[in-house]
Design a protein around this ligand. Sequence first.
Ligand code: AHM
Ligand code: MG
Length: 338
Amino acid sequence: MTTNTKRISLTQFLVEEQRLHNTVSAELRLLIEVVARACKTISHAVGKGALGEVMGSAGSENVQGEVQKKLDVISNEILLEANEWGGHLAAMASEEMETIHLIPNRYPKGEYLMLFDPLDGSSNIDVNVSIGTIFSVLKAPEGMASPTEQDFLQPGTHQVAAGYAVYGPQTVLVLTTGNGVNCFTLDREMGSWVLTQQNIQIPADTREYAINASNARHWYEPVQRYIGELLEGKAGPRGVDFNTRWIASMVADVHRILNRGGIFMYPADAREPDKPGKLRLMYEANPMAFIVEQAGGAATNGPQRIMEIQPTALHQRVAVFLGSKNEVERVTGYHQEA
Ligand code: AHM
Ligand code: MG
């Protein structure tokens, strides 16, 4: 991984990617630029905090019955509006909306579908802790007249791009189009995204893990076994002490893992045997799995590679184990043995 690269803008970087790799079409490049512009606007709204009257609850619930924060709703609208007229999408889907959002007839339609979690880490909005936006881009099926929900139900391996923005001490945008992972930092004075990390690689080994340990009593045996080993520290099979980090914003936890390794887990548990975890396959797990794999890490739902799961519903949930390869492989092995 190289840092402090000479100033290369997102636009310049994408143009060069387009020339180098035939996976990046001009349309995809422009689509990513629209999303990046929307993230800039969201970053601005987040940064205003109480001064922008954007804090607190919006007084509504989303499709999963969760209370929506004003910033959840604002971020969703910013992404919809920016991408509607861009001309690169056939339809969008959002964690905050029950069904897909078609591009209005007054705008031209493009060949891509996009899914997003407009503001991940909702419980951290009001307490000034890092939050972010996650997005995933798919190709719309060819010859499709008007997209349906079914058209979005493609496995993660079909993603043509994925990324996230973190609104933290700095605003960063992390992106993959299937040719490695790169990070851009928002230059707030210039209003531009500048390449700051190239070809990010997640170390295969780690001594850091992220899990909401308050759910420990509900975990299934493979997770109990794995975390039990980590807690044994030096006396355990790894012979080293492990440290916990849990931000409760997946974007921020994944960003840390991209930078210095680690394993992030949100397992299914015995409280609701029919619910396979908390996180959403299409808006959170698939885009993050694509990014993590492109950075040399791994991502599974326990027994299976996340990106190979055939989705059956837009808002489907999934268990998530991702990050440093050797640790993800170990916990995945425990699930396969069970
Ligand atoms: P959200 O999309 O409604 O913000 O929910 C997803 C978030 C993740 O960012 C985070 O990893 C997890 O929920 C935190 O859950 P918990 O509150 O159980 O710690
Ligand atoms: Mg989320």
